[in-house]
Design a protein around this ligand. Structure first.
Ligand code: NDP
Ligand code: 8X3
Length: 257
């Protein structure tokens, strides 16, 4: 149990699955109240019921698409009306859609990734950060990727979107100079979630192969890192944490059996 987290409000985007859902579980276990977002309302409702019951914490849910700025503003206004200022924002919602050569890629895939991974993160940050700045307190964690540090074949637009997250993580930090608000990214390598199923448009066989022959990260590993970053003393600002599975040393170097 981390005493630094007890009683805090933690806003997690994309909390219906994978890394976001694991963060929700771990922060609730450590006594945080949660604000969870996602497009799948049934999963949001299930998470709300389970986590409230299991950990006795408050859980608010907002069912919307992060590509809609108005929805982010509506959530921020509703939180303000309820006198809730998020102490921690985990900008997690995101996806890869498709894995094709750039001259064959689908424009609809590109738009999804750019609008979600870059613009969605910006919209949520623009809606929520002013509240933190006004109270001169808060912590933002951006979920980037090792894909934002090294481009790999057919990663093209997903890589570009995560390079943008890296740039925005640095930019947010610079613009928060002089405040007490901290900002850091967690940049994972291969982590077994619904990520690959989404990337391969629902093809479970293709998705399963991504995680064969080695032990990938689990979403709980990333939640552990988020908890560690948020539990650091107020004068410690961890700005980037790159986390690979032990069997993966880069996008190109794998120990697969
Ligand atoms: P999942 O597919 O399991 O989870 C993605 C989450 O994002 C879901 O909760 C989904 O919710 C939400 N989401 C996606 N698009 C939108 C949208 N338009 N509006 C609102 N919510 C959205 O994948 P992960 O947990 O793996 O992915 C989480 C983050 O981690 C992503 O940013 C991803 O790029 C990053 N990442 C993942 C890695 C991996 O190997 N898995 C490695 C490095 C980074 P819903 O569908 O209900 O809206
Ligand atoms: C997810 C990791 O290697 O599939 O961001 O791009 S990778």
């Amino acid at each position: 149990m981390s005493s630094k987290i007890l009683g805090k409000w933690v806003l997690i985007t994309g909390a219906t699955s994978g890394i976001g859902r694991a963060c929700a579980e771990l922060f609730a276990k450590n006594g945080a109240s949660l604000i969870l977002t996602g497009r799948r309302s049934d999963r949001l409702e299930a998470a709300q019921n389970v986590l409230q019951e299991k950990y006795g914490v408050k859980v608010k849910t907002y069912n919307f698409d992060v590509r809609e700025f108005n929805e982010a503003v509506k959530m921020a206004n509703d939180l303000q009306a309820s006198e809730i200022i998020p102490d921690i924002l985990i900008n997690n919602a995101g996806l890869a859609s498709g894995k094709d050569k750039i001259y064959e890629g689908l424009i609809s895939d590109w738009e999804k990734m750019i609008d979600t991974n870059i613009k969605g993160l910006l919209y949520i940050t623009r809606a929520i950060l002013p509240m933190m700045v006004a109270s001169n307190e808060g912590h933002i964690i951006n979920i980037g990727s090792t894909a934002g540090h090294l481009v790999y074949p057919e990663g093209n637009v997903y890589n570009a979107s995560k390079y943008a997250v890296k740039a925005l993580n640095e930019a947010i930090n610079l613009d928060l100079m002089g405040t007490n608000i901290r900002c850091g990214s967690i940049d994972p390598g291969a982590c077994e979630t619904e990520f690959s199923e989404v990337r391969f448009h629902g093809n479970k066989d293709k998705a399963g192969k991504v995680y064969e022959g080695y032990e990938p990260l689990k979403p709980q590993d990333i939640a552990d890192a988020a908890l560690y970053i948020c539990s650091a003393p107020a004068h410690v600002n961890i700005t980037t944490m790159i986390i690979y599975p032990t069997a993966q040393r880069s996008a190109y170097v794998w120990d697969k059996k």
